[in-house]
Design a protein around this ligand. Structure first.
Ligand SMILES: NC(=O)c1ccc[n+]([C@@H]2O[C@H](COP(=O)([O-])OP(=O)(O)OC[C@H]3O[C@@H](n4cnc5c(N)ncnc54)[C@H](O)[C@@H]3O)[C@@H](O)[C@H]2O)c1
Ligand SMILES: [Zn+2]
Length: 346
């Protein structure tokens, strides 16, 4: 088992445990029980159907879709916790993709002013991004992650075993967030594109060599995320670079339900490169296509509605729009823009 430790200047700590052995998970559950904690899992119905047997604890089931990532759903979970008399000894574990980890982390942060929690991510996107870093939010008034907190899970257990059943489209969404990390920070971008080109998840996982490369890339993406979070836990400085593509992605998700989050992020990164008038736009497009990712906004999209949604994005201040520009691989910056400039690239 590899451990990536995250500790922030305000003293908050979290550990990402990257493991290929389910016995490590059994040990974590046993330790919790021995310490007298009441373990309750918040888990996605689909994930519970496939993997429920591996999680021996009480469970609260949720539907993992954006329509359920809401305050109402969080309150419903709170009611279920009250109905089973959960107290401060409660230890919540979010098991599923990013929707599940976001909503579970949010509930754990507000229930009785906060209880301890951990995550077992089961999508690639949640393993490399959503479960790491302590951002736990829910949607409100159809705007993404409008309400939320930053609070670190005690641990995150990452095991590629859970990916075997992940639908290919969801796998590609995880690739988008991984490429985002490598575009921002490290030399693994080319390596990742070459591994993911024209390969299905099953093909990667069935071959020992490609599986090993894949796990190293997962580890590298997690290390990048942890590095940014440790530098800037509360998202006022460099952590904002991790929002690359997200100003557009969240607006796209607001305007159309046909795109998954990772797909919207891929399109958002291309728009960020176009905005920066980057020389690498066409290379990025080629790479994303090879990795099975979309590169353009849906043709029927109402541009006015799209711009209005960007305006509402929570990162905006005053009369300008805050956005991460993609100048080149390993060259991104936070910048402010006006709507006219934005309209020109659409
Ligand atoms: N908090 C953060 O820092 C952060 C970062 C990135 C994304 N996010 C959020 O994460 C969410 C997206 O997460 P996601 O892409 O993991 O989506 P998700 O949670 O909706 O999961 C995707 C789908 O895959 C299914 N699924 C999950 N694991 C599976 C498995 N192992 N086998 C088969 N099916 C499985 C789910 O039932 C669901 O239908 C978005 O709401 C996004 O805003 C949060
Ligand atoms: Zn994202």
């Amino acid at each position: 088992m590899q451990t990536v430790n995250l500790s922030t200047s305000s003293g908050n700590k979290s550990s990402v445990l990257i493991s290929s052995h389910l016995s490590d998970l059994t040990r974590l559950f046993n330790e919790l029980r021995q310490s007298g904690r009441r373990v309750v899992a918040v888990t996605d119905i689909v994930v519970n159907e496939i993997y429920g047997q591996y999680f021996d604890c009480e469970k609260i089931l949720i539907h993992a879709d954006e329509q359920h990532k809401t305050v109402d759903e969080a309150v419903r979970i709170v009611h279920e916790l009250l109905a089973i008399n959960a107290g401060k000894e409660l230890f919540l574990i979010g098991i599923g993709g990013g929707i599940t980890t976001d909503i579970c982390g949010f509930v754990a942060s507000i229930f009785k002013r906060g209880v301890d929690f951990a995550f077992i991510p089961t999508t690639l996107l949640a393993m490399v991004d959503a479960s790491v870093g302590g951002k736990n939010g829910v949607n409100c008034a159809h705007f993404k992650n409008m309400l939320g907190v930053i609070r670190q899970p005690q641990w995150i257990y990452v095991n590629p075993f859970f990916l075997k059943t992940l639908p290919d489209r969801q796998f590609r969404c995880g690739i988008a967030e991984m490429l985002k990390m490598f575009i921002i920070a490290e030399d693994n971008y080319r390596n990742a594109v070459s591994l993911f080109t024209d390969k299905s998840l099953a093909e990667i996982m069935d071959d020992e060599e490609t599986k090993h490369r894949f796990i190293l890339l997962i580890q590298s993406a997690i290390q990048i995320k942890c590095r940014f979070v440790m530098e800037d836990e509360f998202d006022t400085g460099n952590r904002r670079l991790l929002n690359l593509g997200h100003t557009f992605a969240h607006a796209l998700e607001h305007c159309t339900s046909e795109l998954f989050h990772g797909e919207a992020v891929a399109i958002g990164m291309i728009l960020s490169a176009k905005l920066a008038q980057s020389p690498c736009v066409s290379v990025l497009k080629e790479d994303f296509i090879k990795c099975g990712l979309p590169i353009g906004i849906p043709s029927h999209l109402d541009k006015k509605k799209f711009l209005d949604a960007i305006w509402q994005d929570k990162k905006n201040e005053g009369e300008t729009i805050t956005c991460v520009l993609l100048h080149d691989i390993k060259n991104v910056s936070v910048s402010t823009l006006d709507t006219d400039t934005l309209y020109k690239i659409l």
